[in-house]
Design a protein around this ligand. Sequence first.
Ligand code: ATP
Length: 367
Amino acid sequence: MAGIRISGLSKFYGGKDSGMAALTDLDLDIKDNQFVTLLGPSGCGKTTTLRLIAGYVMPDAGTIRVDDRVISSVDGVAPPDRRGMGMVFQNYAVWPHKTVFENVVFGLKLRKVPADEARRKVEETLALVNLAGLEARLPNELSGGQQQRVALARSLVVEPGILLLDEPLSNLDAKLRERMRVELKQLQRRTGITFVYVTHDQAEALALSDQIAVMHGGKLQQYGSPDEVYRRPANKIVADFMGIVNFLPGELRAGTGGAPVLVVDGVEMAAPVGSKLHAGQAVDLAVRPENVRISRLRESPDQLVARVTEHTYLGNLSEYWLELASGAVLRAQTHPLEPFQVGDEVHVSIDAGECSVFPQAAAATPM
Ligand code: ATP
């Protein structure tokens, strides 16, 4: 098994002077036996990072170490087949004219593993990915999910310390994708292999990972557990990518006793904990729709007054679009006993403990 330490890694396609940075100064510590996901929108540098780890791309700066052994730096690189890593791609990459057995045994043959041992290893690996009994089938006699399992088995059979997976589920339909998610997670736990997984799908990243590296514009924005990234986004880019749709303008002020309070739409409310900000600072309050509560009557002084401008039925919940006195729009997802109507005046509570604040501009007086 193996951990990966990446320091100061940069990649410019077309050379350093091209100005086309695909990856800038990446530091990442991937612990042995973890499921780590590189998450971000298209073009943010996820695949470039994976290819640098695999050894298919040379870095322009920085180093990659596996268990303290430098495998990649500007001074030299270990070839991909000497890195002890397997790789699984989006498009299955199985040989169409070879049977499942022949596809999977390939890496063992290259390593000159004796035939009996190779057969046993292939069978064990096929059982691990739920393909036992399908050894003689050709890929076109398999479903998409089964073909992807063949690709997985082919990488796993040589017992890599690290498995690199580039959007391996994106060609599967939604239902199969969910099932394969669970299988992948179980596979990682059972084998203890370090998984580095690339996706742009935040739900997939949250479901699978021990740690998530959120990337944007070739830069690491946050590295943390799914809960940290979801509940404590480091900046607005992460918040936005993790599905926060409400950013309400507000201001931080020193409250009685010195504790910071937040003023939104002229109403004072408790500031989210841990906000390292300054008195008088203009901020955006990032609020998930599920952390907004609506009441018909005023229940407390920290409620905002709003008017319902739109109502969407979501099945188990309703989504309300609310316009505050300042004209700011707030989306709320809730399940009221008695539905609100467009035009209703309502009172809105925000669960500040579940929100984050981000600076709008340079800070004023430190608090
Ligand atoms: P996607 O999810 O669309 O695959 P990604 O996050 O994996 O995106 P990369 O493929 O790493 O992003 O690309 C990062 C940046 O580098 C992009 O701007 C891309 O256009 C550029 N890029 C990637 N590969 C090359 C290449 N071979 N030559 C030139 N530019 C490249």
